[in-house]
Design a protein around this ligand. Structure first.
Ligand code: NAG
Ligand code: NAG
Ligand code: NAG
Ligand code: NAG
Ligand code: NAG
Ligand code: NAG
Length: 448
């Protein structure tokens, strides 16, 4: 009997063992609940698959795309292993018919981005492996809806910013591991990271990134270290930062902590200023000043913006945003997603000085012209009242008087940068802004 005969016979045997319509793809092993097709040189998923498997293993092939139609045939799928393939992107609705998926392994592929739609509908997914891809960007809501998630691996990619904001107690109650180690983050958005659920903070891995050494970074990691988190304990030596952001001056900050001896031991949670520093209408131009305590002339500036991460003068390549040598940031036409807290860092390399300042921006939606004018009047009135009532006002950002200017250079209405307002709630502003016509909303005017 030739080997060919033997193969045909074993194939027949397989067919007899399984029900007649359940054909096992060639080169694959079909077992009780598993179809295993790893390392068999596949360039695409098989045309047809049996419907019984809960585990599918296609790792170590040359597959470039996941076909929604193939996955339609395996409605009971719980674990999909696709590591070591050549997948660059996922099309819409790939996982439409496998909503029972609990593990998805797409590690060691060529994904460049995690788009919003990628994992839609996978609300039972518990483990997502995306390490060792080429991911530079993770879209904010790509993890929304994955409410059963327990572990996510993003390590060994090229991520510079991660949307921590989208991970909250009620959206991801079980998430206990978020691995962002070995990426390219130069800083963590502390406000968002501090707001992460405790469980996520305990399982947040961020070693071997490109953090810029500074006190707020050090204080955060020191806090985690004192809390004895495994993420720190197990990777103490891999926690590095770059002095002045220079990758050639990398230090292990849990070892060479002499560098941080002057860091003040501030409380981790700092009181937030509640009121915005800048209010601007959508579409208008805005200038954000970087006013810090340093008065040297030879400063370099970095902005951390909520919508597009880090902005430095050398990285400027955007027609919509501009940075001047004095650190002023100009946004040409604001959109509502420019709202948020902007953090500016001024560094004087010669004197090894640095300082930061925070500017909170709120971009108001434009209604049609009539409303806009009316809203403009109300806002101006309200702001003037606020201005009068809430003294002292530190107007370090003010460039122009507090009027709503159609020219769009309205840069700053008022600044409560240094003022603590324990009882004033920003959300009241926002609620008011969204209902400009509701007269009863006038009640938000601060009473102090
Ligand atoms: C796959 O999902 C779509 C949309 O949810 C549904 O219309 C379709 O019937 C499903 N196909 C199978 C084979 O279950
Ligand atoms: C650190 O990350 C780089 C690339 O991001 C990687 O090449 C290197 O192996 C990582 N080092 C460790 C110790 O994980
Ligand atoms: C910022 O200043 C502190 C001391 O005030 C210093 O320890 C730290 O290294 C400086 N950071 C940078 C990026 O220069
Ligand atoms: C820390 O402070 C001491 C004395 O105040 C000073 O001599 C030293 O240069 C400072 N170190 C750094 C890194 O700023
Ligand atoms: C700036 O953008 C243009 C096109 O968008 C691109 O060709 C160029 O390489 C970019 N430059 C930098 C420094 O990123
Ligand atoms: C920001 O807003 C614009 C239009 O207002 C929209 O096209 C864009 O997708 C938004 N970006 C993000 C990151 O939400």
């Amino acid at each position: 009997m030739t080997s060919e005969h033997f193969q045909v016979l074993s194939l027949l045997l397989f067919c007899v063992l399984h029900s007649s319509e359940q054909t096992c793809p060639s080169k694959c092993f079909c077992m009780s609940d598993t179809v295993r097709c790893s390392s068999v040189g596949l360039h695409e998923l098989p045309q047809s698959l049996p419907s019984f498997p809960t585990n599918l293993d296609f790792s170590h092939n040359h597959i470039i795309r996941l076909d929604p139609d193939t996955l339609t045939m395996t409605p009971r799928l719980e674990k999909l292993w696709m590591a070591h393939n050549e997948i660059r992107t996922l099309s819409h609705n790939v996982f439409r018919n496998v909503s029972g998926l609990r593990l998805l392994d797409l590690s060691s592929n060529r994904l460049q981005m995690v788009e919003q739609h990628y994992f839609q509908g996978l609300w039972r997914l518990e483990e997502l492996r995306l390490f060792n891809n080429r991911i530079t960007q993770v879209e904010g809501s790509s993890l929304s809806g994955l409410s059963s998630l327990k572990k996510v691996y993003f390590s060994f990619n090229q991520i510079t910013h991660f949307p921590f904001f989208f991970i909250q107690d009620h959206t991801h109650p079980f998430l206990a591991m978020l691995d962002l180690s070995s990426n390219r983050m130069s800083s963590l958005p502390w406000e968002d990271v501090k707001a992460l659920p405790q469980l996520v903070q305990q399982g947040l891995y961020t070693h071997n990134n490109s953090f810029i050494c500074n006190c707020s970074m050090y204080d955060m990691f020191r806090h985690w270290n004192l809390s004895k988190y495994n993420s720190i304990k197990d990777f103490t030596d891999e926690h590095t930062c770059n002095v002045n952001g220079d990758p050639c001056k990398s230090i292990r900050f849990f070892r060479d902590n002499g560098f941080f001896q002057n860091c003040t031991e501030k409380p981790i949670i700092q009181p937030e200023t509640d009121l915005p520093d800048v209010v601007v209408f959508e579409g208008n131009r805005v200038h954000l000043d970087c006013q810090t305590s340093i008065s040297s002339t030879n400063l370099s500036f970095t902005w951390l913006s909520p919508s597009r991460g880090f902005i430095t003068q050398s990285s400027m390549n955007d027609t919509r945003i501009n940075m001047f040598p004095d650190g002023t940031l100009e946004i040409h036409a604001t959109t509502t997603n420019n709202s948020g807290v902007y953090l500016c860092t001024a560094v004087d390399i010669k004197q090894a000085l640095n300082a930061t300042c925070k500017v909170k921006v709120i971009v108001l939606l434009r209604f049609h012209t009539g409303y806009t004018t009316l809203l403009g009047c109300i806002v101006t009135l309200v702001l003037i009242l606020a201005y009068l009532f809430l003294t002292p006002c530190h107007c370090s950002f003010c460039k122009q008087p507090p009027v709503h200017s159609n020219q769009g250079t309205l840069s700053c209405i008022f600044s409560y940068f240094t003022r603590k307002q324990p009882n004033t709630d920003t959300l009241k502003h926002v609620a008011f802004m969204e209902h400009p016509m509701g007269e009863d909303r006038i009640e938000w005017i601060p009473q102090s």
